[in-house]
Design a protein around this ligand. Sequence first.
Ligand SMILES: Nc1ncnc2c1ncn2[C@@H]1O[C@H](COP(=O)(O)OP(=O)(O)OP(=O)(O)O)[C@@H](O)[C@H]1O
Ligand SMILES: [Mg+2]
Length: 413
Amino acid sequence: MLHAGQQQILRQARRFNTVSCGRRFGKTTLGLALASRGAPFAPGGIRAGFDVGWFAPSYKLLDEAWRSAKAFLRAFVSRTDAQQHRMEFATGVALDFWTLEDADAGRGRKYGLVIVDEAAMTRNLEAAWNAAIRPTLTDHKGGAWFFSTPKGRNFFWQLHQKGMHEDSWAAHHAPSSANPHLDPAEIEQARLSLPERIFAQEYLARFLEDGGGVFRRVTAAVDPALTNTLHTSRDAGDGRAYVIGVDWGRHEDFTVFTVLDARERAVVALDRFTQIEYAFQLARLKALRARFQHAAVVAESNSIGGPLIEQLRRDGVGVTAFQTTNASKAQIVEALALAFEDGALRIPPEQWLIDELMAFDQERTPSGLMRYGAPNGGHDDGVMSLAIAWHAQAANPGRVGSAGARISLPSFV
Ligand SMILES: Nc1ncnc2c1ncn2[C@@H]1O[C@H](COP(=O)(O)OP(=O)(O)OP(=O)(O)O)[C@@H](O)[C@H]1O
Ligand SMILES: [Mg+2]
């Protein structure tokens, strides 16, 4: 039985739908109900007898949806293929689950209905919709549902705006409290314990102007005059002082070097690459440092960072080590957030960095600590290298940047 809030949404369905609701409203449950029943909701553009595609932003969310679907749809399913994440109903209709991390999601399929769960969490939802999802609807003139809790004014928000104005679209909205199965006292507890804007986003499903993330006023910090001067050498004695924050790449990650002009408090160069061969990384860092007057270097010392720092020191490069722990990360991230809040820092118009900053997220661990990072397999290497550089200049205002200076970060080394 769908609850009244869910039924209301179905009554107002059109071919394309955005459903912006608070956490725990019952979005996924409603999506599964749609996927299983398809036909009865024909007014919403859902075509009877055609396959259904379910799209999730990450493998983890796909797996959760797959498990829920198996339990929830047990009575209707005649066959499941766990490998392909495909289930077939007794009616002959199939339900496929895809992760949008997979560039081939939906390729070659035709759907009568697609469901995108946690749409606002999808990196590059616009490209996914245009290239992967939308084409699957062409043959059958299928319908689409985008379910999500908002995450700032990203592409999900744009779709939601469209939903308010275009005939074939509907924009649905409901707070968490519209789910009668939630205890109102729990929601009240969340209201009292969360920052107001986080509650507004997560429980009232409001589209906050600068996202619900950790960093606010990011766009205000973007200075178009700050082009990435990676390959320009700085003259010795130009009166500037530089620090380079280093986040080493591992596996699929990027290595990022952020060069901060410590006096101007501006990011003047960024180097980002996936080549993780050690000699390559070290050579590249040394070349960059040479172009910035032998800038002070602060580098993450976890795992591969340790040996890399040792090598740099043997090569005569003064490096300060930064040990990332949950607590040290929280400390430098919060300091960086404050810098953005105060307008104390300027960054160049590098879209990948802006995206990382806007997406960067927090969650409260069961023990009550804040844990920071990129959501759903996103990257935070740029954020971390910037946070390290910012922390270094803030902790050592007088010392950073005099040629080859060693700077110290006593609390973390
Ligand atoms: N119609 C319903 N009848 C009974 N319980 C429901 C119904 N809809 C949702 N629920 C319950 O409410 C809770 C939240 O549902 P669901 O996971 O679908 O919400 P959600 O909006 O997707 O949450 P999240 O924001 O965590 O993704 C679950 O415990 C689910 O069983
Ligand atoms: Mg859900």
